[in-house]
Design a protein around this ligand. Sequence first.
Ligand SMILES: *Cc1c(COP(=O)(O)O)cnc(C)c1O
Length: 349
Amino acid sequence: MSTSSEDLPTYEDIVAASKTIAGVAHHTPLATSRILDTKLGVRVFLKCENLQRMGAFKIRGGYNAISHYMKDDSFDFKGVLTYSSGNHAQAIALSGGLLNVNTTIIMPKDAPPLKVEATKSYGGSVIFYDRYTENRDEVAIKVKKTLPDGTVFIPPYDHKYVIAGQGTCGKEIFEDLQHWKGTYNDAQTEEAIALDYLFVCVGGGGLIAGISLAAAAISPNTKIIGVEPEAGNDAQQSMAAGKIITIETPRTIADGAQTQHLGNLVFPIMQKHVSKIVTVTDEELIEDMKFFGQTMKMIVEPTGCLGLAGLRKMVASGEVPKGSNCGVLISGGNVDLERYCKLISSGSG
Ligand SMILES: *Cc1c(COP(=O)(O)O)cnc(C)c1O
């Protein structure tokens, strides 16, 4: 499906996006945990996009993309159509509400109810489809015919201005670490910190593509590691094959990463700037949901736990040496409380 923005984003687009979203999206904090650092033997900085407005980083890309079309005089912009399993839907609905733009969102009928309700409450019109039997691109083409001319399709990840928007959260991480003030091993520290690794969850790849572009410009020695669910390792397969591999919709609790393939814009950026992709199991995600809740007093959705689970795995395997500085992206916190309780009371520990 055409997006009318098919050239690759650059770091300059991320800088511009930062200005566009300033005062709309939160500049989220970097959190640390002595317990975690001691346990892993590395120094960890957690970027808390679970504390982002509407509960996930997606507001960055959604708001940036809609703002882009509002500034475009070449056509009569009439509204936005998109599809999403949840957080991009909310981001588009909320951004549309803030910018006074009509939004129509195609959602899987088994999307988490909290995400569906939130999308409606922000003013988005929701249309349901069956993600296991219907092709959402085909559904989108059908729905678009019913909407006014001048309606633009903004996909969840494969879009220049979505990627640039998501990249702003990488820019914030590296900039905040350039003059880091915090407590480490009970001592107040004020120093520049260079990340050796940054762990980022991968769904369609918009987030990691944007962050890896920011890293390449600001912190080129940082290795960007993608983390995806074991049940859906299409990114790992694609990087190994050198081409985009499509898989069946994976069955995993990480609903933000139930994508079937990476995006065409995202993939070349990942090939250039992402060092490695690791996979983790649903059980490992649950362990980290418990850690975030118990130790850090944060509700993190399953997909948001991918980054930390990936870091744990590479520390355990010895691939991340002791003493490394590691960034972890916590991508979101949108999970129904009932589902959250069920998940954290399942499994061991
Ligand atoms: C969308 C989303 C992801 C995946 O982002 P992509 O840009 O599709 O790779 C991860 N976590 C959360 C919470 C999300 O909403």
